[in-house]
Write a new protein. Structure first.
Lengths: 388, 111
């Protein structure tokens, strides 16, 4: 016969043992943090497929540490990734098809690009009326230094035929059900640009599994989906790749649409470079300040263009003041910005930010509506309460 | 069964209960109760977790497009249940519902 005391002793020992398995318990409560080795403090939009968003407080660094860098997976990550057996096939409209090993890529001359990578759906949660998809707010974006051989060097080795007009990327993502594979293509001009890479490193370290180990495409200034992860195949095509993630996925209407207007796919174009955009990361929305001195700050980026100006309005758009741009800058990388403002009196204020780029594009008051909420870039806005 | 081995079984079962069940629950939170909750859970979470559904705020028309797309992509939905799925999703995740609160990965820096 087992006594109540023995039973309780067994259970209490189990509680202690379970407590020792702390990471597992961190999954337990709905609002408890999730433990994912290599990732730190990110917002879990989805644990399967893995979609992690950078929270606003991590925008304070010009270079985003890899554990703070957003993760966007369309499918299951590859179940096995082994640099020893991994191969990258290069085929299609080329004179000499290639099969490259990890060591072959390591031996090629590396090039580095500091790039702001942003998911095309970043900001989708702010789109009205709401649209389907991962409900990213501000942080499906980050800036890191990507390094690896230039794609143009690989294409040169294979010898692109005059018929080669587009370059297709295929990764090792594992596709569930009858979901179409995640395959996309970019035009040969962008593929041949000296800054388009087969990236093997982020911030000097080997790519992590969530970011595409052992190698990913890096198409600088373009939507994140162009930079295919876990790369296994590069194929030169005579036309744009015809598949779900090129069409109907990742396309914008050629002419502005109103919500509810039918989308004619023949009147759309594939998404390429990012929009001009600023986000405010401080003060937070609905923040109460006990001081009238307010530090307004954030980040701004513009894909292939440079940020030339960020402006802040503290009177809901009636007047605008130039913010100070951060010292750090690079082609394709965001600029941090800040503005110190003294509120004239206690009260509620609407603060806005807007960016202007070197192509003359100005962040609009309202983002161009589209059925998937791509490239959302309306003025950023917070409401604050000033006391004192 | 001797005292020691029973204590071990209690210990092992309790460890499993404490660690694994909440783990599975947290990975895929339960969808709201409803007539097709079990069928929606089975059909949808075969490929992705329930948070993907729970963060959507869509009209009935938009849910219809999503259900049809997922059925085309292999979600195992009895065609007789299609309308019930759409009704369930559009009732539980409509545009005017407050946004879903999402958890963090451990280690978040505080403001």
């Amino acid at each position: 016969m087992i006594s109540r005391r023995s039973f309780l002793k067994g259970v209490s020992g189990a509680v202690a043992a379970a407590g020792a398995i702390h990471p597992l318990l961190n999954w337990a409560a709905e609002d408890a943090p999730v433990v994912l080795p290599g990732e730190d403090g990110l917002i879990v939009r989805s644990a399967r497929f893995l979609d992690l968003e950078m929270p606003p407080e991590f925008f304070d660094s010009w270079i985003t540490p890899v554990p703070h860098f957003f993760v966007r997976n369309h499918m299951h990550e590859p179940s096995t990734l082994d640099a020893e057996t991994w191969e990258l096939k290069v085929s299609g409209e080329v004179e000499k098809p290639l099969t490259l090993k990890f060591a072959d890529l390591v031996r090629m001359e590396p090039h580095s690009v500091t790039n702001t990578l942003e998911c095309a759906g970043n900001g989708r949660a702010f789109q009205r009326p709401q649209v389907p998809g991962v409900q990213w707010q501000k942080g499906a974006v980050g800036t890191t230094r990507f390094s690896g051989p230039r794609l143009q060097d690989i294409l040169q080795r294979a010898g692109v035929k005059p018929t080669g007009k587009h370059v297709m990327f295929r990764g090792l993502d594992e596709v569930p059900g009858k979901v179409p594979p995640f395959i996309r293509s970019i035009p040969i001009e962008k593929a041949s640009d000296g800054d388009t890479l087969i990236a093997m490193r982020m911030n000097g370290e080997a790519l992590t599994r969530h970011h595409g180990f052992p190698a990913r495409a890096l198409v600088p200034g373009w939507i994140g989906a162009a930079s295919c992860k876990w790369l296994s195949e590069i194929k030169v095509l005579d036309k744009e790749y015809d598949g779900n993630f090129m069409k109907p996925g990742y396309r914008m209407p050629n002419h502005p649409l109103k919500p509810g207007d039918p989308l004619n796919l023949e009147d759309t174009h594939p998404l390429t470079a990012l929009n001009v955009k600023s986000v405010m990361v401080g003060p937070a929305d609905d923040w109460t300040s006990h001081s009238r001195t307010i530090h307004i700050h954030g980040a701004a980026w513009a894909g292939e263009a440079d940020i030339v100006k960020v402006e802040v309005s503290t009177d809901a758009g009636a007047t605008w003041q130039a913010a100070q741009l951060g010292r750090d800058h690079a082609k394709y990388a965001w600029r941090l910005w800040s503005h110190n403002w003294k509120a004239p009196k206690a009260g509620d204020y609407t603060i806005l930010s807007r960016a202007t780029d070197s192509q003359g594009r100005i962040q609009p008051e309202t983002a161009e509506w589209n059925p998937s909420g791509y490239l959302y870039n309306a003025f950023d806005q917070v409401e604050i309460h000033v006391q004192g | 069964m001797c005292k020691a081995s029973f204590r071990f079984v209690v210990f092992a079962v309790a460890v499993l209960a404490i660690c694994c069940l909440p783990l599975l629950h947290a990975q895929s939170p339960e969808l709201p109760a409803g007539p097709v909750q079990a069928k929606v859970t089975t059909a949808c979470t075969e490929c992705h977790e329930s948070r993907i559904i729970m963060q959507q705020r869509l009209t009935k028309g938009a849910w219809t497009k999503e259900v049809d797309k997922m059925m085309k992509w292999g979600a195992l939905v009895d065609p007789a249940d299609r309308d019930s799925f759409i009704e369930y999703l559009s009732t539980n995740f409509p545009p005017d519902k407050a946004p879903e609160q999402m958890p963090r990965v451990a280690g978040a820096k505080k403001h």
